[in-house]
Every structure is written in C-alpha cells, then in structure tokens.
Write a protein of this length. Structure first.
Length: 253
C-alpha cells in the first residue's frame, strides 16, 4: 500500500497512533505551546530560535552522515563502505536532541513528531542527491511495537514523505523476529542481533524493482541496522538505498 498523506492510516506491523492518540496529537499541534527546548511560547514544538541555535547544517560524510570537517567520504566509509549507498542526518544525537528524542520515543510524547520530522525534511532538502522513488520506515518487532504503541520511524517517514511528495509504505520491509535492545552495543554485536531479522514480503516487493529507496529511522549509531535493511531491500530488487535519519551518533570524543 502506498501512502502520500500524513493522515492516511498505517497497516501491517507499523501502525500509526491509535485514533484517540492521533486526534490528541493533531489537537495539541493547534494550541499555543512552549518550545520543548527553551520554553518560549509559540505554536511549534521547537521554536525557530532553537532550530537556528541547535540544528544548523554541518558538513557530514555523504556515506554515513557522521559529522566531519568536509562533506566527503570519511575514513571508515572508505575502508568499509556501508551496504546503503548514502546517508542524511538532520542533527547529532547529542544535547539537546538526545533528550528530546528519548522523550518522544520512550515516554509517550507523539506531539513532538511533527517538529522532529520538520528537521529531517529540511536536511533532506539541503542534501545534493536525495531523489528517491519510495520512502520506507525501519520496522519494529511486534513486542517493541506493543511497548511503544507506534513505530516512531514510520511516523517520521509518513510525514516527511508527504511533505516531500514521495510515495511511502509501512509494510514492504518487515522485522520477522524481535531483537534485543541495541543501546550500548558495538557494531559486531548489533550485526549479530540483526542477522536475518529483516526481510521483504515477496508479495510487496514489486515497487522495489530497480527503484531508489529512502529508509527512515530515528537514530543511526553504527549503521548496522541500516546495513541490514539495505541488504534485504537490495536482495529484493532495490537499485539504490539511502538512509535518512533524524540524528546521527557522533564519534566518541
């Protein structure tokens, strides 16, 4: 199922909010509110002043989106090219975004989605090569989906794709088993967690054939999840896979 509207319902393993939560999130977006970062009053979850202060574009590696001195491939991507072909990140996973994303993702604050999605859309628009045919979210396992009530990657993907005028689907890429939490794990441990965990439903693979795909996720730490997803998508026929992430974890130090 293709989706071009931020209001159209999700399906399969990546549903949107329940109707009650979705209505509440839309209603809250219309009320005057305080900026989640500086507490100034306005109508946006993140005010323009904080966007300018904390979300200014910085040079990033076009391969993995890590912050760099120049917008060229980093040493890690030259030594070990990722399976995905390019990456875009809106911000670093650091103050104040790490706390904001944690609240949005784990503490039931879906009203933050539109403000965060706006940062991703802006980063995509500023990137030189983001021409894609289809936007897909990183899937969640059933247990994690029940814990959170929604797939935060799909919420980002559906809003970003609608604003960019690109088709999206919540169902093409799936996670057939729950994987342990990745927090604190190194790349090899993350890769072991994800081995054979992601797959494409053959009945839904036709839209991938020879197409350019954007894979949306909230945070990229090592790139292991994006690699596993890109591998599954390419095996199913995708020609090119980009990773679009809200935040990129900086290198230590």
């Amino acid at each position: 199922m293709m989706d071009r509207s931020p209001a159209s319902p999700g399906a399969g393993r990546s549903p949107q909010f329940t109707p009650g939560r979705a209505w509440a999130a839309r209603a809250i977006a219309l009320w005057p509110r305080q900026c989640e970062l500086c507490r100034a009053w306005g109508r946006d979850a993140i005010c323009a002043a904080c966007v300018g202060r904390f979300a200014d574009p910085v040079p990033r590696c076009p391969g993995c989106a890590i912050r760099s001195d120049e917008a060229r491939l980093c040493g890690d991507c030259l030594r070990r090219p990722p399976v995905f072909d390019a990456a875009v990140a809106a911000v670093d996973y650091a103050f104040p975004w790490d706390g904001l994303i944690t609240r949005w993702k784990f503490h039931g604050q879906p009203e933050l989605t539109r403000g965060l999605a706006a940062r991703l859309v802006e980063a995509v628009r500023q990137s030189p090569d983001t021409d894609v045919d289809l936007v897909l979210p990183m899937p969640l396992g059933d247990r994690r989906l029940r814990e959170r009530g929604y797939n935060q990657a799909w919420e980002l993907a559906r809003i970003a794709s609608a604003r960019l005028g690109i088709a999206s689907s919540p169902d093409v890429l799936r996670r057939w088993r729950d994987t342990p939490h990745q927090v604190g794990l190194g790349r090899s441990e993350r890769e072991a967690n994800l081995r054979h965990a992601l797959w494409v439903d053959p009945a839904l693979a036709e839209p991938l054939q020879g197409r350019r795909i954007a894979l949306v996720d909230d945070v990229m730490t090592t790139g292991a999840s994006a690699d596993a997803a890109a591998r599954a998508l390419k095996q199913a026929g995708a020609a090119h896979v980009q990773a679009w992430v809200l935040a990129r974890t900086p290198r230590p130090g």
